[in-house]
Write a protein of this length. Sequence first.
Length: 398
Amino acid sequence: MFEAITAAPPDAILGLTEAFKLDANPRKVNLGAGVFVDETGRTPILASVKAAEAAILAAAQTKSYMPIAGDPTYRRLVQELVFGAEHPALRDQRARTAHTPGGTAALRVGADFLRKFFPQASVWLSKPTWTNHRGVFTAAGFTVKEYPYYNPATKELDHAAFLAALRQIPAGDVVLLHACCHNPTGVDLTPAQWAEVAAIAAARRWLPFVDFAYQGYGDGLEPDRASVLALAAQCPELLIASSFSKNFGLYQDRTGALTLLAADAHAAGATFSNIESVIRVNYSNPPAHGSLIVSHILTTPELKRQWLGELDAMRHHISGVRHKFVAGLQAHGAPGNFDFIARQKGMFSFSGLSDAQVAWLRVERSIYIVAGGRINVAGITPANFDYLCAALAAALRA
């Protein structure tokens, strides 16, 4: 049965990492995968996470299954991170949360749920967006369409075209929105612009599906939820996919969540039961370890303070790298103005490199960048800084 099957193309991002590992050049640089590294080039385990793991190991008494939707304490804590502990949606029991294996699983569970009940809907993605967004929703059976977002000439949000497109999306369709630290551009909406988006969504009656993968990496844990709060203020229904890979450093523990917001508690309960049904036939129960870490940190005051400090340090580190990167490109004679890199937020920057320049950097300099020119700024270290800046300047002059 398998003899006629041909190999699938490598993943645009993870396949790049595999190629990087096979490269023998000692100066090779991987700026593809979205992983935070410190100044030594390591992806560290947060001290708060290590302390939580030690406490969990000491207290553990069972390896029994988690509930289908995960531990209730974890689910409540996720809602408090996403909305704030005093948000009226939580008081009114309009929100329900399922623990998922990472943010990608949250997207896929949401996609499968929506496909079951709204098969005629289209899903709208920003142009550009994270490569796997299209893969997830296409695999779920949706027709995927795009709305304009990034203006490559100004390196900013294409504000007028963006809002005009949202106003044309039909009722009943699904619009995927990046809560903060837009991947791949790093260009985010202001609070006022989020209010505009929320008003359009409410008037047009399409469903916002928010990818919240980088909470705390933009302006801070609370400021980064401004997008969700704006939408919740005007839209009776939302889906929100959270990931704790970045802000807790739990990349390999695959810890995420899907949160549903409905118009009232009854609708929330009825709808969420169907999300649980989707989970049951997919992976049955979530893995426990990551959620136990998150819950222990958030319910232990001294560890929560430590984690918040570590999260702030990662955000400030990335911001500092952005400013140094701009100065380094200028010092190496790169043509053009790169101040936009310092204005962008989160791990990624849309560099403006063409696909031909990206290919040249890989072949001639062993620098691995995703097609389209997305750079993981968090992968720039003192050890590769000058080499990288010189290579990019050469590619831009070529």
